[in-house]
Design a protein around this ligand. Structure first.
Ligand SMILES: O=P(O)(O)OC[C@H]1O[C@H](O[C@H]2O[C@H](CO)[C@@H](O)[C@H](O)[C@H]2O)[C@H](O)[C@@H](O)[C@@H]1O
Length: 281
């Protein structure tokens, strides 16, 4: 493949160090008021809530299976002794997972030949792609080697990180100013001022010279922030007492971590919890 580093990729134009002001932290996203409609926090409360479901629904609608299959199997450790056990089982499980989700690296030729003469943009996930999967999401760190690979890729192609994490958190972890960052599964996108992300969507902010900020922020689901806050409170209430559960509020979405919950408890409670919270909102 012919690589030219002089691509006109829409990289962030502002060489200034990224800080909280630029990247945005919750309501203090920018130093000026955000355009677009504002929504009273009471508005979404008027939506009638549906009744919580039954455990059978969780199994019949396949949510539990979907949650399981979207996570690669992890190695089990006996924590007290820090000994790896069931390594064979883990390897077998991993191989069969790989059969279902084959690596793109094994099809590199095919991919590169079909990309010929096409504009290429690179979209990268963070967890499990740029960083290893670990038990504590706060410890999912990217290596310096990986960081320099991503920095290099961004010299050739417009490169974005799209993640379920919050945008500010993933920037904190990656720290490269030359990328696009799409947090909350794409509901919170930071891009360069030079390129419109939104086609004039009312929930987008594009800087002007007067405002002096070279950012382009697209938050198409801004009106749901109060609802997500409410969902998060409900999750806190509903997970109280489940040992090992960890919650993360990403502004436009929330995560319930059940990785460290005892498997038996998880099978019964995790699916039901999600089902109930979904049904309420
Ligand atoms: O879209 P992604 O970037 O893949 O984000 C999905 C979730 O990633 C993080 O959780 C995952 O990684 C953790 C750290 O390795 C691991 O402990 C957890 O079990 C994984 O689900 C992140 O913490 C979540 O908020 C994201 O939803």
């Amino acid at each position: 493949m012919d690589l030219k580093s002089s691509h006109s990729s829409p990289v962030l134009a502002d060489p200034a160090p990224i800080n909280k002001l630029r990247l945005g932290v919750h309501s203090n996203l920018l130093p000026y008021p955000q355009p677009g409609p504002s929504f009273s926090s009471g508005k979404y409360m008027a939506i009638p809530r549906r009744k919580p479901g039954k455990i059978d629904d969780v199994y019949s609608n396949g949510w539990l299976d979907a949650m399981k299959s979207s996570s690669p199997p992890r190695k089990k450790l006996i924590k007290d002794f820090t000994i790896e056990v069931a390594a064979d089982d883990t390897d077998i499980a991993y191989s069969s997972w790989m059969l279902k989700y084959p690596s793109a690296l094994n099809s590199f030729e095919k991919i590169s030949s079909s990309a010929k003469n096409k504009k290429i943009a690179v979209f990268l996930d963070y967890d499990g792609t740029l960083s290893p999967i670990v038990d504590d999401p706060d410890h999912a760190l990217m290596s310096d080697d990986m960081r320099s690979v991503v920095r290099n890729v961004a010299k050739y192609f417009p490169t974005a990180i799209i993640t379920g994490r919050s945008r500010d958190k993933v920037f904190e972890l990656v720290g490269l100013t030359e990328l696009y960052y799409a947090g909350s599964h794409g509901m919170d996108i930071l891009g360069p001022a030079s390129r419109s992300l939104s086609n004039g969507h009312p929930n987008s902010i594009e800087s002007t010279p007067q405002q002096g900020e070279e950012v382009n922020l697209f938050q198409p689901a801004k009106e749901f922030i109060p609802m997500i806050d409410e969902v998060f409170k409900t999750l806190i209430e509903n997970t109280k007492g489940i040992k090992g559960v960890k919650l993360e509020h990403h502004k436009f979405c929330a995560s319930v971590h059940y990785r460290n919950v005892d498997e038996k408890v998880r099978n019964v409670r995790a699916g039901l919890l999600l089902h109930n919270v979904f049904m309420m909102f």
